[in-house]
Write a protein that binds this ligand. Sequence first.
Ligand code: F6P
Length: 347
Amino acid sequence: MTISAMRDLSMTPATENGLRRKPILRKIGVFTSGGDAPGMNAAIRAVTRAAIANKLKVTGIRRGYQGMIEGDFIPLRSSDVSGIIQLGGTILRTARSKEFRTPEGREKAWQQLQNAGIDAVVVIGGDGSFTGALTMSQEYNISFVGIPGTIDNDIYGTDYTIGYETALNSVVCAVDKIRDTAVSHGRIFMVEVMGREAGLLALNSGIACGAEVILIPESKEQHDALKRFLDKGYKRKERSGIVIVAEGDEPGGALKLAENVRCEHPELDVRVSILGHIQRGGSPTANDRINATRMGVAAVDALLDDQKSIMIGIDNGRIVQVPFNKAVKLNHSFDRELLEIQKMLNI
Ligand code: F6P
């Protein structure tokens, strides 16, 4: 990743006479948008308390962009974000707002922010939410800073998105249980994992579970590995196996795949588990809490530093700033090395 694409915070805080130059910020808004992710509450807590520590007022915008359009606002004091760091989901609730995609919807949202005296906003969500923020900040004079919150970990410019690690552990926990019954009955399980168009959750959970085959959108050759496993490997593996299927791999997902396999291999006992929304819930891991907290503070710092239309990210452990127009356009890098490892270890 090129340095020009990111801004390493340790380098250039804007100062005047040694004091941090503060834009005219009195009140900021914070909201969660798109799919919820464990750790979003830790980020809401950090944004709220860092803002208060910098003498700013904080407004919680409920139900994402739809709540912004409808003026569903609540004042956030330090006590309001007490006792939430360990909670999954988001206390501010979230939504996917079709209306916000219209100029009329954004104009309503702008009016609501103006009426509430909100000077700048922190958006916690995925690339869809950042696209919305970028569009609105191009239409109206409002600063948005983004914090990547999605279990998919599919955003350019950051190694890490809030909720990914907790979701990963949820998948591993579920697959370990499925493994027990697969071995006991000599069955093959197609386990469908979330991730939208990205295969990171599937690949890493597959490695962590010792899955026999991992099918992901980023690498079609994995289907050959599946064929090899079904033809030979299955017999060697004492007649059981786990096939992790990223939901973005092939249309129809694990159900369609199992149907095809049953046609070609009527002798095999093939079952399907679609893990679904258990991947989205649960108490966040320590890392999800710590990184969400670091990014929450960095987001307020960035607003105080008059930054706008940027996403806070983590790159090799460092907090970085990535322009929205890169975060939403460029693809997240994909770790081929893990794929090679998986192939080598599944002999
Ligand atoms: O983006 C998070 C995510 O959980 C994806 O992995 C999944 O494809 C999608 O959201 C599910 O969306 P919904 O909760 O609207 O069904």
